[in-house]
Design a protein around this ligand. Structure first.
Ligand code: DAU
Length: 340
C-alpha cells in the first residue's frame, strides 16, 4: 500500500498517521496539509521523517494532480476539512470550498489515477439532531449548519462517484472526537486552554446538549479497519457509547484541574436554532468488521486534561496567534465581556 493522508497536520489526521505507521510498518506514507490556521507543523513533528510532506489544499486541482503523480498513492484517506461549526456560522465559503469541492477534486483524481481505495472521513452531523434513538447509516441526511451541510455535500459526491464511475470510495461518519493535539477551538480543548490560563469558559445555554464522545485513538482505529476491510460504496458510522451533556463533560474537566463551577460562564447560545440537541448513532456495521472502541471515556478525558497541562509549548503559540485571538474576541467578546 502507498498511503496518502490529507489533513495530516490536523487533529484526527495526525493520530491516524501515527496509527498507520504503527499498524503497517514499512508502508509508504505521504501526507498533505494546507497548513491553514488549524494545521500545525509541530503536530507532525514525531512522524515528519517517516513521511513525505506535500503542502497544499485539496481544492487545488493542479496541486492534487501533481501530488498524486509524484507520490503515486494506492490509498487515500481524506481528513482535510474546515470543521468548526461556530466558524461556519460566521462565514461558510471556505467550508464549501474545502469540504465539498475539495472532496470532488480528490474523487476526480482518484478516478484519473486509478486508486484502489479512497476513504472520506465524515461526521455524524450530516444526519442532523436526534432527540431519542440512534441514527443508522440509512438515516436521512439532514444537516443543520453550513459546516455539516458542506460535509454532507462531500458524502453525496462520494456516493455519486461510486454509483456513476465505480470509484472505490468508502465514507466513515465519526462522532465527537477528543484527545491530545486537538486545536483549541472545540469544546474540550478550548475550555482546557482557557482554564489553564486562569480564564472563564463560555458554556452555551444551560450546557444541556448531548454529544456522543469517542477517543481519537479509537476513531483512528475504526477508520483503519474500514480502510482495510470495508466495502466500496458503503458508509460506516464510527462512534462510541459515551453520551454526555456538555455540562457533564465540563464538570469532569473542572474536577481534574481542581477547579469549581464558578469558572463556567453560561452564555446565550450563539448557535441559536442551528444548535443540534443530541447526536447518537449505531455502530453495528463497523463492529461487524472486527473493530470496537477500547478507551474509557472519563479516564481518557482526564488524561487529555493532563496532556494539555503538560504540553503548553504546543498550544501556547496557537492561542497567541493574532488570528486566533481575533476570532475569540469577535465571537465571544459580546457575551463574555470582562471575562474574555
Ligand atoms: O459530531 C462530530 C462533530 O463534532 C465534528 O464533525 C465536528 O467537526 C466537531 O467540531 C464536533 O462538532 P460540535 O459542534 O458538536 O463540537 P464543539 O466542540 O464545537 O461543540 C460541542 C458542544 O459544546 C456543542 O453543543 C456546543 C458546545 N460549546 C462549544 C464551544 C466551542 C459550548 O458550550 N461552548 C463553546 O465555547
Amino acid at each position: 500500500m502507498r498511503l496518502l493522508v490529507t489533513g495530516a497536520a490536523g487533529f484526527i489526521g495526525s493520530h491516524f498517521v501515527r496509527l498507520a505507521l504503527h499498524r503497517a510498518p514499512g508502508t509508504k506514507v505521504g501526507v498533505i496539509d494546507a497548513l491553514r490556521y488549524s494545521g500545525n507543523r509541530s503536530t507532525m513533528a514525531d512522524f515528519a521523517n517517516q513521511t513525505s510532506f506535500y503542502q497544499g489544499a485539496i481544492q487545488d486541482k493542479a496541486f492534487v494532480d501533481q501530488t498524486f503523480s509524484e507520490f503515486r498513492p494506492t490509498h487515500v484517506v481524506n481528513f482535510a476539512a474546515e470543521s468548526h461549526n461556530d466558524r461556519s456560522l460566521v462565514d461558510n465559503s471556505d467550508f464549501v470550498q474545502t469540504n465539498t469541492y475539495g472532496t470532488q477534486v480528490l474523487l476526480e483524481a482518484a478516478r484519473q489515477h486509478r486508486l484502489e481505495r479512497i476513504l472520506q472521513v465524515s461526521t455524524d452531523e450530516v444526519y442532523g439532531s436526534i432527540d431519542a434513538g440512534q441514527f443508522t447509516e440509512h438515516s436521512p441526511i439532514q444537516p443543520n449548519t453550513p459546516y455539516s451541510a458542506s460535509k454532507a455535500g462531500g458524502d453525496l459526491l462520494c456516493r455519486a462517484h461510486w454509483v456513476s464511475y465505480k470509484t472505490p470510495v468508502i465514507v466513515t461518519r465519526g462522532g465527537n472526537t477528543f484527545g491530545p493535539y486537538h486545536y483549541p477551538e472545540k469544546l474540550i480543548p478550548f475550555f482546557l486552554v482557557r482554564l489553564l490560563q486562569g480564564k472563564k469558559v463560555p458554556l452555551y445555554g444551560e450546557g444541556s446538549q448531548v454529544r456522543e464522545w469517542i477517543h481519537v485513538r479509537d476513531h483512528s482505529a475504526g477508520i483503519w479497519t474500514v480502510l482495510e476491510s470495508g466495502l466500496p460504496g458503503e458508509v460506516y458510522n464510527v462512534g462510541d457509547t459515551n453520551e454526555r451533556t456538555n455540562l457533564d463533560v465540563v464538570r469532569i474537566l473542572l474536577d481534574e484541574l481542581g477547579l469549581g463551577l464558578d469558572r463556567v460562564k453560561f452564555i446565550p447560545d450563539p448557535r441559536k436554532g442551528a444548535h443540534d440537541a443530541r447526536y447518537s448513532m449505531t455502530t453495528t456495521k463497523v463492529r461487524g468488521l472486527g473493530w470496537s472502541p477500547r478507551e474509557d471515556f472519563e479516564e481518557e478525558l482526564r488524561v487529555t486534561a493532563k496532556w494539555f497541562a503538560d504540553n503548553e509549548e504546543w498550544w501556547r503559540p496557537i492561542v497567541q496567534n493574532p488570528g486566533y485571538e481575533s476570532f475569540v474576541k469577535k465571537f465571544y467578546g459580546p457575551s463574555l465581556g470582562e471575562d474574555l
